[in-house]
Each structure stands twice: as C-alpha cells, then as structure tokens.
Design a protein around this ligand. Structure first.
Ligand code: SAH
Length: 242
C-alpha cells in the first residue's frame, strides 16, 4: 500500500513538474509573451482601427514586458497604463500605437520624443525610423531608460536628461515630435523645431481637466491643429526657469 502511495505521489509530482521542465527546455515563457503581444495588437490596436503596418509590426516585436518592473511583467500586455515609479506611467499600448501611427513616419526620419519614462515609446519609434532622440525630466528615469535601451540593443535611440519644453535645437529640425506628458500649452520651441511637412502629437490640458490629444502639422510654414480625442496623461512638468 505504502509503495503504491509512493508511486502515485511520484507520478503526481512529476506531472506537476513536467510543464515547468518543458517550459524551461523550450523557452515557452518567451513564446507566451510573443503570443500575448499578437493578441494585444489584434484585440486592442487593430480592433480599434490602427492600420499603419510599421507601427503594428513594431508593437508585435518590442518586448513591452522588459520595460516594466519584474513583478508587473505578467500584466505588461494588459489594456491599460502601468506604474514605472516616480509617479509616472508607461502609456497604454493602444495610445502608444495610435500616436505612432499618426506621425507619418518613414525609415529615413529623425524623431523627437518628450517624456522617455520607461523608454518603451522610444523603442517602438526606433524600429520604424532612422534615429530617435528622447528627453526625460526625471534624472533617475532617464538613466534607467538609457541603460535598458542600450542593454536591449536599441542603438539608434539617444536619451537626453532635461526639460523637454525647449526641445533639442542642436538636433532640429525633426520630421516628427511626440510628447507623452500633458502640457498646458504647446511649447513654442517644439513647433519651431518641427520640419516642413512635419507632424507633432501632444496631449494638451491640465491635470484636473479634460486633456485633448492634438495633432500639429507644419505645412508651407503654416501651423494647423486637429483635436483627436480626449485622453489622460501624467502632467508635463517644468524645471526652474532658465
Ligand atoms: N513615453 C513613456 C511614458 C512616460 S509618462 C513610456 O513609453 O514609458 C511621461 C513622462 O514624461 C514621465 O516620465 C515624466 O517624467 C516625463 N516628463 C514630464 N514633463 C517633462 C518635461 N518637461 N520634459 C521631459 N520629460 C517630461
């Protein structure tokens, strides 16, 4: 009887251990994340009308789970933003895809992002264009995003710590600018640094009121703005006046 029990127990234990062993051997953890990414793209992004192919391809390949802390990895492909420390968030996947898809990006483009955060949006952009400059006002976040992007091989992204209100005049003009924190007005230096024919996407509004996602276009030196949709972003903060 005892022997039978021992046998049953061994079989049970093995049965439980097998999927783990199998997962380790085949690396199915990574496959799970790849599957979660394709489901994310299908159900959250394509289902809501994003069709820009390069954006969809980047969203399928960039490993979003490596841009959040390990304890949040299993939730990285959920349909919402997640905390990244310092009161900041990594944006919802749909918002990242939507903003990216409207910038008219081409492989030869140079793009500026304001609000590096985790570095995820910058990584998505970097798979589509030639070079990405991204500015982050929280020094610790800038440093950790820089390291993460380097470690993961995103070599065409440059992280610049500092107040993005002023942009990067030394690297301008930019074919596209994307701002991922809500500003009370569109910073004039960013409009200045947009190339002819260029596009900028920026959430505008205060922390306590409705914010609007705005598309800014520069055509023949003239600026047009289009309201896209109401959104909710962390606030655009400012360093002490220079
Ligand atoms: N794009 C990020 C989302 C980050 S949330 C990602 O993919 O993870 C917005 C970020 O903007 C925050 O990290 C915040 O610190 C930063 N930010 C706010 N005001 C800023 C400013 N004036 N200049 C640069 N970064 C700013």
């Amino acid at each position: 009887m005892a022997r039978i029990l021992k046998y049953v127990l061994t079989v049970l234990l093995l049965a439980e251990a097998l999927p783990v062993l199998f997962a380790t051997v085949t690396g199915s953890g990574e496959q799970d994340f790849a599957r979660m990414r394709s489901v994310m793209v299908r159900d959250q992004i394509v289902a809501r009308g994003v069709t820009h192919r390069a954006t969809l391809q980047a969203m399928r390949t960039v490993e979003r789970h490596l841009f959040v802390e390990p304890s949040l990895r299993s939730r990285a492909y959920d349909d919402n933003p997640l905390p990244i420390g310092y009161g900041q968030t990594i944006s919802q996947p749909f918002i990242v895809a939507y903003m990216t898809s409207l910038l008219g990006l081409r492989p030869e483009h140079r793009v500026l992002e304001i609000g590096t955060g985790s570095g995820y949006q910058a990584a998505i952009l970097s798979r589509i264009v030639d070079s990405v400059y991204t500015m982050e006002i929280v020094r610790e976040l800038a440093a950790s995003a820089k390291k993460r992007l380097q470690d993961l091989g995103y070599h065409n992204v440059e992280v610049v710590p500092g107040d993005g209100y002023y942009g990067l005049p030394g690297k301008a003009p930019f074919h596209a600018i994307v701002v991922t924190a809500a500003a009370e007005h569109i910073p004039p230096p960013l409009i200045e640094q947009l190339d002819e024919g260029g596009k900028m996407i920026i959430p505008v509004g205060s922390q306590f009121m409705v914010q609007n996602l705005i598309l800014v276009e520069k055509k023949k030196g003239r600026i047009t703005t289009t309201n896209l949709m109401p959104v909710r972003f962390v606030p655009f903060t400012r360093e002490e006046k220079r």
